[in-house]
Design a protein around this ligand. Structure first.
Ligand SMILES: [Zn+2]
Ligand SMILES: [Zn+2]
Length: 153
């Protein structure tokens, strides 16, 4: 669910953004924004549980793959996204994901920051999204009907 907020301090529930279980770890979400000629980076630490961090790490690029990437002048990314990652996602779904997990998408793929200073998150877990909107009500911008429904219930 897409949630747009403003502000530099947001509260994150102590709950895993993937499975909604108790969080004991975090994942960094990062995105850049260009204001004039300067680039500003925004980073958030989103709560995760260690089991979910394990499946996120499993489908991500590994250290040795960064070397492939350099050696192939970036072409390895094509192989990675077309072949390597889908295979890892399949095996992660079989062995690493819990029934309560929302999936293998990396959290950072679904975060955007816009020039008007708004941050848009896309939290797939409905329980996490619900707690997040209720603790950050004051920061919400243009809540979608979906988000309004969460606040109302
Ligand atoms: Zn989790
Ligand atoms: Zn998970």
């Amino acid at each position: 669910m897409q949630i747009t907020v403003v502000g530099k301090s947001l509260s994150f529930p102590r709950m895993c953004a993937c499975c909604a279980g108790p969080a004991d770890s975090t994942q960094s979400l990062m995105a850049g924004q260009k204001i004039g000629n300067r680039r500003h980076m925004s980073t958030w630490k989103v709560p995760y549980c260690s089991a979910c961090v394990a499946h996120v790490t499993y489908v991500s690029l590994r250290t040795y793959e960064y070397i492939f990437l350099l050696l192939s002048l970036g072409f390895y990314l094509i192989t990675f996204f077309l072949i390597v990652r889908p295979l890892r996602v399949r095996s992660a779904k079989k062995h690493l994901l819990k029934p309560s997990c929302v999936g293998c998408d990396l959290p950072e793929y679904s975060y955007r920051v816009a020039n008007d200073g708004t941050h848009t998150f896309d939290f797939k877990n409905p329980d996490f999204a619900k707690v997040f909107v209720s603790v950050n009500q004051a920061a919400l911008r243009n809540p979608s009907p979906e988000v309004q429904k969460l606040l109302g219930s």
